[in-house]
Design a protein around this ligand. Structure first.
Ligand SMILES: *[C@@H]1O[C@H](CO)[C@@H](O)[C@H](O)[C@H]1NC(C)=O
Length: 408
C-alpha cells in the first residue's frame, strides 16, 4: 500500500509538464465572450484551498469551442477587496496530472499563487479539461470515451486559448502567462498562433518542454518501451486516473519487480533537492488529477520520435485529418521575437532535459532570459521550500520589468 502511495505521488508529478495552445483566427473563434456563469463556491478550488488562507477568490466557468467547461479562479491579495485597483493579470497553467491547486499547495509565503497575489498581481488560475476543478461538458459525460478524446494539442489550442481570451476580455489587458511542465508545452504550442500570442504580454516557463527526445527518467523509458500508452488504449481505457482501482492496478503492474517504486518520484522526475517530504500526504489529497490516455500516447510519440508536432494518427488518418502523411509540427520560430520569455530549468530534471531545453532555445527567434539551477529537479520548481528565493523572485522581477515598459 505504501509503495502504491509513493507510486501514485510520483506519477502525479510525472507529467506535470505542459501548457497550452494555439487556436485561432478571429475573436469569433472563441466562445468565451460573456458566456460565463459563477459556480457554486462550496466544492470549488477557492473554497477548498485558497479562501481558507484569507485570500479573496472568485470562481468562473468558461466554455471551450469543443464544449468543455473549465473552472478558472481569480485570486487577489488578502485584505484587499475586489473593488480596489487590480494589478496586472497573470494566468497560471499547471502541468500533467495536476491542476490549479498545484500553485497553492505550500504555505502562503512559499506558494507562487499566494506570492503573486501578495505582490499585487491579478492572479488567474487555469484548470484543464478532465481535472477535478474543470469537470463538465455541454453534452458529454466523463463516462463517454469521447469525453477523453484529446491530448495536449487541444489543451493548448482550445483550453489555454479560451482561458487567455477570457482573462484578456475581462481585464481588458494583455496578460502574463506562467506555465510548468505540460503547461509549457501548451504555452509554446499556443504562442505559435498569432491570434493567441497577441493577447500575451510576456511568459515565464518552469521546466520548459517542447522536445522530449532526451528524457532521462528510467521509469518513463520503461513505460515507453512497454508501450503502456498503446496497451491501455487497446484495453479500452480512455481516462487515466491513478486514484481509481484501474489506475492503481496499472501502476502496480509497472512497478512489479522492474522499477524501484519506493523511489518512483526520483525515477520519474529526477532527484528533487528541496521539496518538503512531510507534506506529501497533503499533496496527495489533491494530486494526481485525471488526464486522458490519448494525451499520454501523444507525449510518448514525442519521446519516440523527437518531434514537437500534432497528434500522429498513422498515415491514413493523418492524410484525412491533416492532408499529409505526417502530423504538422509546431514551428517554434513562429513565436514572435518580440514576446518576452523567461525560462527556469534544472540540472537534475529528468523530464525537461537540458539538451531538449537547448533544442527549444535554438528554434526560437528570441533569446529568453534563463535561470539554471543545477540541483533542481522537476518538482522543485513548483514545490521547493526555497523556490521563492531561488526562482519566483527572479520571475517576478522579470514581469515587473516588462510591466513598466508596457502601455497599460
Ligand atoms: C514541511 O511541512 C511540515 C508539515 O506541513 C511543516 O510543519 C514544516 O514547516 C515544513 N517545512 C518547511 C521548511 O517548510
Amino acid at each position: 500500500m505504501e509503495r502504491l502511495v509513493v507510486a501514485t505521488t510520483a506519477v502525479a508529478h510525472f507529467f506535470c509538464i505542459f501548457l497550452i495552445f494555439s487556436v485561432a483566427k478571429a475573436d469569433g473563434d472563441f466562445t468565451g465572450e460573456l458566456n460565463i456563469h459563477r459556480r457554486s463556491p462550496v466544492n470549488g478550488l477557492c473554497a477548498q484551498l485558497i479562501a481558507p488562507s484569507g485570500y479573496p477568490c472568485e470562481e468562473h466557468t468558461i466554455q471551450t469551442k469543443d464544449g468543455y467547461l473549465l473552472g478558472l479562479q481569480r485570486v487577489s491579495s488578502s485584505g484587499e477587496s475586489f473593488e480596489g485597483q487590480r494589478g496586472f493579470p497573470v494566468l497560471l497553467q499547471h502541468g500533467l496530472f495536476m491542476s490549479g491547486d498545484a500553485w497553492f499547495l505550500d504555505s502562503i509565503d512559499q506558494s507562487l499563487g499566494f506570492i503573486l497575489a501578495d505582490r499585487g498581481f491579478d492572479v488567474w488560475v487555469g484548470n484543464v479539461r478532465g481535472t477535478r476543478w474543470s469537470h463538465g461538458h455541454t453534452s458529454l459525460s466523463e463516462k463517454d470515451k469521447e469525453f477523453w478524446d484529446w491530448s495536449w494539442e487541444e489543451l493548448a489550442l482550445y483550453d489555454l486559448a479560451e482561458m487567455i481570451h477570457f482573462v484578456n476580455l475581462v481585464t481588458n489587458s494583455k496578460i502574463f502567462v506562467v506555465g510548468h511542465s505540460q503547461g509549457t508545452i501548451m504555452s509554446l504550442a499556443a504562442f505559435t498562433q498569432p491570434d493567441i500570442v497577441k493577447m500575451v504580454e510576456a511568459a515565464a516557463l518552469l521546466c520548459p518542454i517542447s522536445y522530449l527526445e532526451h528524457i532521462s527518467a528510467p521509469f518513463v523509458h520503461r513505460i515507453v518501451n512497454m508501450h503502456l500508452d498503446r496497451v491501455i488504449l487497446a484495453m479500452g481505457i480512455h481516462q487515466l486516473n491513478f486514484k481509481s482501482d484501474v489506475g492503481a492496478y496499472i501502476l502496480d503492474s509497472i512497478c512489479d519487480g522492474h522499477v524501484d517504486c519506493n523511489d518512483l518520484l526520483t525515477s520519474i522526475t529526477g532527484e528533487n533537492c528541496c521539496f518538503n517530504n512531510s507534506r506529501v500526504d497533503f499533496y496527495l489529497e489533491y494530486e494526481p488529477h485525471p488526464s486522458s490516455s490519448k494525451n499520454l500516447n501523444h507525449l510518448f510519440q514525442m519521446i519516440r520520435k523527437g518531434t514537437f508536432a500534432k497528434y500522429d494518427y498513422g498515415i491514413w488518418k493523418n492524410l484525412k485529418q491533416y492532408g499529409q502523411l505526417k502530423p504538422p509540427e509546431f514551428d517554434l520560430s513562429r513565436i514572435p521575437e518580440s514576446l518576452p520569455l523567461w525560462m527556469a530549468y534544472g540540472g537534475n530534471d529528468a523530464l525537461a532535459d537540458v539538451m531538449d531545453v537547448q533544442h527549444t532555445l535554438k528554434d526560437l527567434q528570441s533569446k529568453p532570459e534563463l535561470l539554471y539551477l543545477e540541483k533542481y529537479g522537476h518538482i522543485d520548481f513548483l514545490l521547493s521550500v526555497n523556490a521563492k528565493e531561488d526562482v519566483f523572485d527572479s520571475m517576478i522581477a522579470f514581469f515587473k520589468s516588462w510591466r513598466r515598459s508596457s502601455s497599460i
